[in-house]
Design a binder for this molecule. Structure first.
Ligand code: NAD
Ligand code: MN
Length: 358
């Protein structure tokens, strides 16, 4: 019997709705597989918590999370709390302190999804976004506030070790999955200090992988290639900001934010890894019960893969595909009129069918 302890942080807006559905699917797996057990502990660290306590999580919040096997995270963001607080007091400390320096974001067009691109080619690649340093730093400051000469300086942190470890992760992934190349997103023509170090560190790692090609594009051109020939990518490695933008673009090619998952991975497994849809709290649809839970359910599948149950992960993903292909129970973002929980229930039904017949 494998028992997993999962910390669940549902968060704000649609975060709790979609996270509930992911938990529903995991609970169904537990009933179907005698060797699989999952225990959830819920943490109410969200904007409401901040309004009551003046911080997004308790002082010992990270210590409370440390012993869990993984973290399932919804989303944060609430009009009553500045985004910089919800992001920098909760998500960033978890990603950075738990050394979740790999943000894996599959860009994969599932069966049953219509891409806005006309050519209908298969889209299936992995983006590894650097998740612990880069442009998302709190180093810098503002001067001459409210004056005409007001200025802001925001420093980017790129370290050789930080780039080498994600590059190595990307190449190892490519090798394990029989991929032929890794594509790096850069901008070393204009951002001449940090991005040159990025390029050099990746090139150094690439030398150890003769059988896998390294290609490197400037981020602006790469964004265009994502749209023009997404089928040509296999593994993409990008800095924190570039990877963030590229993956929302990638998501748009394969059904949108409602169906795009992610994992924040600590490869050394010194700390728990964290799984979350790439979308935010979606205030425009919050409280309506119509958020698409597929991104979060798929994120839970990535979590199972990380925990050593790729079989259960695969069952979830093919259940999602069956529901998409059938096309009857879909949320409005995919053109349907079903609710969040109807989609979750329908996926649970499919998972049951799969695991009982197999
Ligand atoms: P968003 O991802 O919340 O929403 C962008 C658009 O996508 C909206 O139109 C929304 O309705 C739609 N959308 C997102 N998820 C969906 C789903 N599951 N089903 C259907 N439609 C979905 O991004 P935003 O509007 O830029 O940000 C809103 C808030 O979320 C902000 O406070 C932001 O800081 C926060 N945010 C948090 C995270 C996180 O928690 N990791 C990530 C991104 C944004
Ligand atoms: Mn984002």
């Amino acid at each position: 019997m494998d028992t997993y302890q999962i910390a669940v942080i549902p968060g704000d807006g649609i975060g709790p709705d979609v996270t509930n559905e992911a938990m529903k699917v995991l609970e169904a797996l537990q009933e179907l597989d005698d060797a699989f057990e999952v225990n959830f502990k819920l943490f109410d660290w969200r904007s409401e918590y901040y309004l009551q306590h003046g911080q997004m999580m308790p002082d010992n919040g990270l210590d409370q999370l440390r012993e869990f096997d993984a973290i399932l995270f919804g989303a944060v963001g609430d009009a009553r709390v500045p985004d910089e607080i919800s992001i920098w007091q909760l998500i960033m400390p978890i990603r950075k302190q738990f050394q979740q320096y790999i943000n894996m974001r599959p860009i994969k067009k599932l069966a049953g999804i219509d891409s806005p691109l006309k050519n209908g080619s298969p889209i299936d690649f992995m983006v590894f976004r650097e998740n612990a340093e880069g442009e998302y730093s709190n180093i810098g400051g503002r001067l001459y506030q409210e004056q005409p000469q007001e200025m802001a300086i925001q420093n980017t942190v790129i370290t050789r070790q930080g780039v080498e470890r994600i590059a190595k992760y990307a190449f190892e992934y490519a090798k394990k999955n029989n991929k032929t190349k890794v594509t790096s997103a850069t901008k070393s023509n204009a951002i001449i200090h940090s991005m040159k170090l990025w390029d050099e560190a990746i090139e150094k790692v690439a030398v150890d992988y003769e059988e896998i090609a390294l290609e490197s594009y400037f981020i602006d051109a790469l964004a265009a290639y994502f749209v023009m020939r997404p089928e040509s990518f296999e593994v993409v490695v990008a800095s924190n900001l570039f990877g963030d933008i590229l993956t929302d673009l990638g998501a748009a090619l394969v059904g949108g934010l409602g169906v795009s998952p992610s994992g924040n991975i600590n490869p050394e497994r010194n700390f728990p890894s964290m799984f979350e849809a790439i979308h935010g709290s979606a205030p425009d649809i919050a409280g309506k019960g119509i958020a698409n839970p597929i991104a979060q359910i798929w994120s839970a599948a990535l979590m199972l893969e990380h925990l050593g149950r790729p079989d259960l992960a695969a069952a979830i993903v093919s259940s999602i595909e069956n529901v998409l292909q059938e096309g009857e129970v879909l949320t409005p973002d995919l053109g349907g009129n079903s609710t969040t929980s109807e989609v979750g229930d329908r996926i649970v039904e499919e998972v049951k069918k799969q695991l009982i017949t197999h």
